[in-house]
Design a protein around this ligand. Structure first.
Ligand code: SIN
Length: 280
């Protein structure tokens, strides 16, 4: 396959017709120049998920590179690594059982007033097979709405709640949580249901797994519509799947996609580092 001809400093290979691209031909450890950084940003705006392959990043170098994409966003739940204020360490050991971190379709920190604009995940140790991450495009979901439903959703807002977030994270014995992480349970925010991407002007559906109700409707009344919108958003034709290789840095336009980690690698180790950049 030929790379996308709109990029000259990096090689960008689309993954599916919906979203996602593999990026090659860049070494982030030496600090990309401004022109290369601009192309990486443009690749992210265009494809919403990019997997930058073949990197060798220490956690310190990773934090330095991430800072080039914007200010770090708040994370009221996860504790960062010692000495690195913005990097969270995710470890799954071969004999761990139960859910993996990030299992089930979600948007990172959708229950914050300003969810992260970019999430980055660097894979240091990945299973020989399995442990992929799936993404689904919320812009494709918006475009798939019937004109009448689109009309009804425009101008609508919905409540996203942090209730249950602490419990899910606390189940992960290897995950370091902040001492005040339980405060997430009390958090509730209101977001518009239809948003506009600040760079591309593309409309996307802002739905998340922690969306509880539409403003003006009860939770019972909202549930069928929320279930419909989440099912629509995660249709296979709106998805891509990132197959990890050690040294892949995947970044995504967090509010424009849903993602889920796949729990299919028992007996293997997976070590990743996550950080988030402020949203819009
Ligand atoms: C996440 O949901 O942030 C983690 C996804 C993954 O580990 O694949």
């Amino acid at each position: 396959m030929k790379p996308d001809a709109r990029f000259s400093r990096i090689d960008v290979f689309p993954i599916t017709g919906a979203l996602g691209a593999d990026v090659k031909g860049v070494d982030l450890s030496t600090g990309p120049d401004e022109a290369t950084l601009a192309e990486l940003r443009r690749a992210l705006d265009t494809y919403h998920v990019i997997a930058i392959r073949d990197q060798t990043l220490t956690p310190q170098a990773y934090q330095r590179v991430a800072a080039r994409f914007g200010a770090f966003s708040a994370n009221p739940v996860h504790a960062s690594m010692p000495g690195l204020d913005h990097i969270i360490h995710f470890v799954r050991e071969p004999d761990d059982t139960g859910k993996v971190i990030g299992e089930d379709w979600h948007m990172d920190l959708a229950w914050l007033p300003r969810p992260p604009g970019i999430t980055m995940l660097y894979g240091e140790v990945v299973p020989p097979v399995g442990g992929d991450t799936c993404f689904a495009s919320l812009a494709m979901a918006y475009r798939a709405l019937s004109p009448r439903l689109r009309e009804l959703l425009h101008g609508q807002t919905a409540v996203h709640s942090g209730k249950g977030v602490f419990a899910i994270n606390a189940m992960q014995s290897r995950l370091a949580l902040r001492t005040d992480a339980a405060n997430a349970e009390e958090t509730e925010v209101v977001h518009p249901l239809v948003c506009v991407h600040p760079v591309t002007g593309e409309r996307y559906l802002f739905v998340s797994s922690v969306m509880r109700s539409l403003m003006g409707l009860s939770e019972d009344e909202s549930r069928p519509l929320i279930q419909y919108l989440l099912a629509l958003a995660t249709r296979p034709e709106f998805q891509c799947r990132i197959r990890w290789t050690a040294g892949t840095l995947t970044m995504w336009d967090n509010p424009c996609v849903l993602h889920t980690a796949i729990n299919d690698y028992p007996g293997h180790r997976r070590v990743t580092y996550r950080t988030t950049i402020e949203g819009w």
